[in-house]
Design a protein around this ligand. Structure first.
Ligand code: ZN
Ligand code: ZN
Length: 150
């Protein structure tokens, strides 16, 4: 895979991805819906060290679910596009909003998560494994030997 490029709406935030994602999927959770203003949020799960973003530091909004890890959604300070997220218990990974890729055509979801909150008028890509809530960690990080810091 060649280098993958992307960025926010106004181009202030630009990033490059230097190796294939650990996994790719679509999240239909309420928080992604609110932050993205859409039914579903296509995302790439990447090793942190394969993701290079400029500027390096972005503002973020943090959410802490009753169960699970804090999620920090990083956004462009100028146009507000949500570009990527970090899960504080998994510092070795980032999840990039795949719709911010310059070329979205290669996106191919391997799983759908939180479909229980997708909404009745939402249609799913056919033949894609789906989970009512979150997917098992192995599904999300693929063969990556990532461990929780918990
Ligand atoms: Zn921007
Ligand atoms: Zn989500």
């Amino acid at each position: 895979m060649n280098q993958i490029l992307g960025g926010c709406l106004c181009q202030k935030v630009r990033y490059k991805i230097s190796s294939p994602p650990l996994s790719q999927g679509i999240c239909y959770c309420h928080q992604c819906q609110k932050s993205g203003g859409a039914y579903g949020s296509p995302l790439l799960v990447l090793r942190r060290d394969t993701f290079e973003c400029s500027p390096v530091e972005l503002p973020y909004y943090a959410t802490k679910p009753d169960q699970g890890s804090e999620v920090r959604r990083n956004f462009c300070p100028r146009c507000g596009s949500h570009v990527f997220a970090q899960i504080t218990d998994f510092p070795e990974i980032v999840t990039v909003k795949a719709a911010t890729l310059d070329d979205f055509s290669a996106f191919a979801p391997e799983y759908l998560v939180w479909t229980q909150s997708a909404g009745p008028s939402c249609t799913f890509p056919p033949g894609t494994p789906s989970f009512a809530k979150s997917a098992p960690l192995e599904r999300l990080v693929g063969k990556g030997d990532l461990k929780s810091t918990e």
